[in-house]
Design a protein around this ligand. Structure first.
Ligand code: FES
Length: 312
């Protein structure tokens, strides 16, 4: 679990100000929220400030709080809650967030972390020698099915091996991060199986491609029909597909109409206030309700815990 604290006072800047362009953007963004809800812009503003300076300082938090008329503590709570906000200076070319939650840990996150320790710094939140890289461990980034993974900026790099991650790290250090494709690094498409389709492959009828959709060039098109057994679905083999046998009507039409009228009357009725009066939650004394067809009061008793002795 990450410890989220503001950076040491010795490196905190005395002040923060948005650039002219970012200030105009922030003004527009704040105006997008309904009157009285301007504080909802706190996350976008903090993120824009971070994009501008690379991290969120105490001065940034106070400036954003002033802009949104919020107590400083409220903005501090937001900035320290989300690991997307960096609370100290980070590498100028990449800050690597290694997912260390269970699925990634089981799939080798410790080896990925070891690469960071070797190439950047043994401890998180420290810059490498030339100030280009930094790293930290974070909780699940939501790409567990492609574990282990890291987040760099707004992108994720998944299905990592230590060797492949080392290549990625060096590319970022050398300013070539944009040459690395994002997403899975083992050749699979998103989280599709590496060795081809494994479900919905037993089709009996040819599937006509839709005239309005075309598969992307890099996606292998499955054959319209696959060699394999073709099954004829028999009633005996698949009773669930049988139509129900026609049945004799057991109620008269008049009875059906009467039931419909009864139901529609019930749905239009206001909530039963009698049940709500004096309700206090678990201890609610709601022991009476008008619920019978005839309208007379029906008594029900509150359920009491049954002791083991009583049970016996
Ligand atoms: S556990 Fe690593 S992305 Fe979810």
């Amino acid at each position: 679990m990450s410890v989220r604290r503001l950076a040491d006072e010795s490196i905190q800047p005395a002040s923060f100000a948005f650039t002219k362009e970012n200030a105009a953007w922030a003004k527009k963004r704040i105006a997008m929220y309904p009157e009285g809800r301007q504080q909802s812009a706190v996350i976008p503003l903090l993120m824009r400030a971070q994009e501008q300076d690379g991290w969120v300082s105490r001065a940034t938090i106070e400036t954003v709080a002033d802009m949104l008329d919020m107590p400083y503590i409220r903005v501090l709570e937001v900035a320290t809650f989300y690991t997307q906000f960096q609370l100290q200076p980070v590498g100028s070319r990449a800050h690597i967030q290694v997912c260390g939650t269970t699925p990634c840990m089981l799939r080798g996150a410790e080896d990925i972390r070891a690469v960071c320790q070797k190439h950047i710094h043994p401890d998180p939140h420290h810059l490498n020698e030339d100030g280009t890289l930094s790293w930290e461990e974070v909780e699940c980034a939501g790409a567990c099915v492609n574990a282990p993974m890291v987040t760099i900026g707004f992108d994720t790099y998944e299905d990592l091996t230590p060797n492949r991650f080392e290549e990625i790290l060096i590319a970022f250090r050398d300013g070539k991060g944009d040459t690395i494709p994002t997403g899975p690094q083992n050749g699979r498409r998103f989280s599709a199986p590496l060795d081809g389709q494994t479900t919905l492959i037993d089709v009996s009828e040819p599937v006509e491609p839709s005239p309005t959709t075309t598969a992307p060039a890099d996606v292998p098109t499955p054959p319209a029909t696959r060699p394999g057994r073709k099954r004829k679905i028999e009633d005996e083999a698949a009773p669930a597909v049988r139509s129900p046998a026609p049945q004799e009507a057991e109620v008269s039409e008049a009875e059906v109409e009467a039931e419909k009228a009864r139901i529609s009357g019930r749905t239009r009725r206001r909530p039963d206030q009698a049940m709500r009066e004096g309700a206090t939650g678990a201890e609610s004394p709601a022991i009476e309700k008008t619920g019978s067809k005839t309208g007379e009061k029906v008594k029900t008793t509150s359920r009491k815990p049954v002791s083991p002795e009583t049970k016996e």
